[in-house]
Design a protein around this ligand. Structure first.
Ligand SMILES: Cc1cc2nc3c(=O)[nH]c(=O)nc-3n(C[C@H](O)[C@H](O)[C@H](O)COP(=O)(O)OP(=O)(O)OC[C@H]3O[C@@H](n4cnc5c(N)ncnc54)[C@H](O)[C@@H]3O)c2cc1C
Length: 377
């Protein structure tokens, strides 16, 4: 099945060049420093990457879902999944603005993010729980033409240097029907970054806790209707989960390639590792998992692109892709022996960076819950 055209391949080539020129020479230092320069956003914006799939009048680059798939796959080879996630934090913050924002909101908030001038992040998760979005507690009380926002968010990718936060707040009663989305500029008095969180992987990615202390937010910053925010958050979940599944198969494929290379070169007991049947079979099983998850992700992307309902399949793709990736990176480290446990080997980073795939964007267990509902269980 042929999913990619010349146009997708050209995009791949330009992402590869971008990585070679702007990221690869510095990425190890950035991982160590646990940050990367803000100017990378601007460079990626200038290259048209941050605007993929948005209309030109908003500063976007017209593209289809397979351009996003190709872009995501290539970025997984930049040496830092965390950098890629922070760089693309707008890909979860901007879709609700695009989907339900007014023309004014779109014109004000979208172009600067797609151009890499401003950073927009999505603030949904709170300390009290991320899976149970409907129970979030950050409160926005209406006072005339303003909301007064009090509460906090955690694990927010890109949060410590964001310019605005697409924030889920409680404007109504308990449950999903009491949530609204507000665009909160981070220069609003009362907004602060409480701390940057240290993590197992995604080291170059900025993950922050945000605090809202009596932040006054104009009502005109609300996205869509009051108390409809839960539905707006759900709108982009299909694509977010598909991209995570694609990240997982791409990281697994990269780890497989590194493991094959290493197994051919490394000699033990007078034979390359590939001389042992157990290693060959391990690599064969890894390749099987990579291929199946990749092809299923392409199939799901094609379904979404055709406008078909793929809600159940997206969850299956995320779970199969992330579980397969877990297995493949584990075995890639195993094949590298002690070197696989060392920082200077890429498989070590891929092992750490991929652990979050089955947690973020809906956990493995929550994906199974969604699938089971679709099975009428
Ligand atoms: C590096 C990183 C980046 C992130 N970026 C963002 C971001 O940019 N914006 C944002 O809003 N959030 C972000 N998150 C948050 C992420 O989406 C949440 O961590 C995730 O949704 C899980 O929520 P939780 O951590 O509170 O776990 P919990 O919801 O507390 O879950 C804990 C465990 O219980 C299980 N569980 C919960 N409910 C059920 C159930 N009903 N049935 C069975 N098992 C269940 C879960 O599967 C999990 O295993 C990020 C997280 C990380 C670590």
């Amino acid at each position: 099945m042929q999913y990619f055209t010349e146009s997708h391949n050209m995009l791949r080539a330009s992402v590869r060049k971008f990585i070679a020129r702007e990221i690869a020479p510095h990425v190890d230092k950035w991982e160590k420093d646990e940050t990367f320069p803000r100017e990378i956003y601007k460079k990626a914006g200038d290259a048209g990457f941050l605007g993929l799939c948005y209309p030109e009048e908003l500063g976007g680059t017209p593209a289809d879902l397979f351009h996003m798939v190709a872009y995501t796959e290539e970025l997984m080879r930049c040496g830092s999944v965390g950098l890629s996630s922070s760089l693309n934090c707008g890909s979860i913050a901007v879709p609700p603005i695009f989907a339900v924002g007014t023309d004014e909101q779109k014109k004000t908030y979208i172009p600067p993010v797609l151009e890499g001038e401003k950073i927009a992040v999505l603030g949904v998760t709170e300390q009290s729980g991320g899976s149970d979005v409907a129970s979030l507690r950050t409160r926005a009380e209406r006072k005339g033409d303003k909301y007064i926002v009090n509460g906090s968010k955690t694990f927010i990718t890109g949060g410590s240097r964001a310019d605005y936060v697409t924030t889920a707040v409680r404007t109504g009663g308990p449950g999903a029907g009491g949530i609204s989305l507000l665009i909160i500029p981070t220069d609003t008095p009362g907004f602060s970054v409480s701390r940057k969180i240290e993590k197992m992987g995604w080291c170059a990615s900025d993950t922050a806790e945000l605090f809202f202390d009596n932040c006054e937010v104009p009502v005109e910053n609300r996205l869509g209707e009051e108390n409809r925010g839960f539905a707006y958050i759900m709108l982009n979940f299909q694509k977010e989960r598909l991209y995570l599944a694609v990240q997982a198969h791409a990281v697994a494929e990269y780890a497989l390639e590194l493991a094959i290379k290493y197994a051919k070169e490394r000699v033990a007991f007078g034979s390359p590792l590939t001389g042992f049947q157990v290693t060959r079979h391990k690599l064969s099983e890894m390749a099987t998992l990579v291929e199946i998850s990749k092809q299923f992700n392409y199939f799901v992307a094609a379904k979404i692109e055709a406008g078909e309902d793929a809600y159940r399949e997206v969850c299956m793709a995320k779970n199969f892709g992330t579980k397969s990736c877990d297995r493949v990176v584990y075995d890639a480290v195993q094949i590298h022996g002690g070197y696989g446990y060392c920082r200077e080997y890429m498989v070590e980073r891929l092992y750490r960076d991929s652990r979050i795939f089955s947690i973020g964007g809906g956990t493995y267990e929550i994906m199974n819950e969604v699938i089971s509902k679709r099975l009428n269980l």
